[in-house]
Structure formats: structure tokens, C-alpha cells
Design a protein around this ligand. Structure first.
Ligand SMILES: Nc1ncnc2c1ncn2[C@@H]1O[C@H](COP(=O)(O)OP(=O)(O)OP(=O)(O)O)[C@@H](O)[C@H]1O
Length: 199
């Protein structure tokens, strides 16, 4: 479903990714661990094709759609959470209000909350970021530090969501520097000094 072939990327002569390769398939839950600055976000941006690698290639099966939470997702600050999700999904003509509201409720976000996103807490924004990555039934889901700012109840809700995504045969790749108790990954990678290795 996804092939990452010999990816290299440097910024201003400083190598961030060096010959990174791996393959992943539907139904797999993959973890990439790495310290701050190890290149996790850069790798996700290259997989999502928002950044070009210096060399190497990404191959994704044609029917696959990518959902991603990378760094701090940008929202329309003066609009409500639901209005933001509606806007993002409508860009792709794939808006299902019932599904979006169910996802919001799963994460204890009230779809009828009239507060603009500018008033949201870090955790609430993070939840909105997770929802937008999965709300269009995307088949490859990239989640960069998904539990940042989440309290323990929200982390449990996130773990439940991962189980649902796995049951739906999605490929989910989580990048984080910490280990999240309670998540059973199929494959573990570590990104260090620009190199991706198993374990
Ligand atoms: N557009 C850019 N221009 C210059 N340097 C960049 C750019 N994007 C990333 N970098 C550098 O590349 C390195 C890897 O950054 P990246 O954000 O991919 O790491 P990360 O593992 O996601 O870190 P974190 O866990 O802190 O989010 C860092 O040294 C960063 O400063």
C-alpha cells in the first residue's frame, strides 16, 4: 500500500533523512519513534507529498487517500470546531456531518459549541486535528505526536479510535518521541541520525 524508497532530505546542507526505506500495508499500525528534531515530521510531509525529497520516491496505491496530523494543524481561528471540519472536508467534497459529529462526540467535543477555535485549549485543537485526519475515511493516516496535550481520558478515546481504524483495515502510522501505554503496534521503527531502523 505504501512504499518509501531510499528517501534522503537535507535542509541547508544538513542531512535530516538518509536513505530511509520501509513498506507498510493496510490494517497495519506502525510506530516511528525518534527524538525531537530527528525528522519524523519531515518524513510525514514527504509521504503526504507536501515536501519533495532530494532523492528517493514514495509509492502509494492509486486508490489510497492520505489523512494527516502534522505539527500544529492550521484552523480558521474565528470559526467553530464543526465549521472548521466542515470546511476541510468540503474541500475534498467528502463531508459527512453525522460522521464528523460522532467523531467530535467520541472525543468529548460538543459539535454545537459556538466558541471559535481561537478559544480552544491545546488538547481541544489536538482532538480537532486527529478528527480531520480520519473524518473522510482516509486509508493511510499519518499522526505526528497525536497525544500531545491530551488528558488521560482523551488518550483512552484515541486508543479506542486506533482499534476502530485497524478493524477498518486502515494503515495508521504514528510518530512520537514517547511510548504510549496501551497501544499495540504491529511494527516499530526508530528514526535516529537520519536512519530508520526496526525496533
Ligand atoms: N523547512 C525547513 N527548513 C530548515 N530546516 C528544517 C525545515 N524543516 C525541518 N527542518 C529541520 O530538520 C530537522 C528535523 O525536523 P522535524 O520537524 O522533521 O523533526 P521531528 O522529529 O518531527 O521533531 P519534533 O519531534 O520536535 O517535532 C530539525 O533540525 C529541523 O530544524
Amino acid at each position: 500500500m505504501l512504499k518509501v524508497n531510499h528517501i534522503a532530505k537535507s535542509f541547508k546542507g544538513k542531512s535530516v533523512l538518509n536513505n530511509v526505506s520501509f513498506e507498510a500495508n493496510e490494517g497495519q499500525l506502525v510506530h516511528i519513534s525518534g527524538a525531537n528534531g530527528s525528522g519524523k515530521s519531515t518524513l510525514f510531509k514527504i509521504i503526504a507529498k507536501v515536501l519533495l525529497p532530494d532523492s528517493g520516491a514514495i509509492t502509494i496505491i492509486e486508490s489510497a487517500k492520505i489523512g494527516a496530523l502534522i505539527e500544529n494543524p492550521g484552523f480558521l481561528e474565528f470559526e467553530t470546531g464543526l465549521a472548521n471540519l466542515r470546511f476541510l472536508a468540503k474541500l475534498n467534497h467528502n463531508y459527512d456531518e453525522k460522521k464528523v459529529c460522532e467523531l467530535m462526540e467520541r472525543f468529548a467535543l460538543d459539535p454545537n459549541n459556538r466558541q471559535p477555535v481561537s478559544k480552544y485549549s491545546v488538547g481541544m485543537r489536538q482532538k480537532l486535528g486527529i478528527i480531520q485526519a480520519v473524518m473522510e475515511d482516509q486509508s493511510i493516516i499519518l499522526l505526528d505526536e497525536p497525544t500531545r496535550g491530551l488528558d488521560t481520558d482523551s488518550i483512552d478515546q484515541f486508543i479506542d479510535l486506533l482499534k476502530i481504524l485497524q478493524a477498518k483495515n486502515k494503515l495508521v502510522i504514528v510518530a512520537s518521541h514517547d511510548y504510549i501505554e496501551g497501544i499495540k503496534y504491529d511494527t516499530l521503527f526508530t528514526l535516529k541520525n537520519g536512519t530508520l531502523s526496526y525496533g
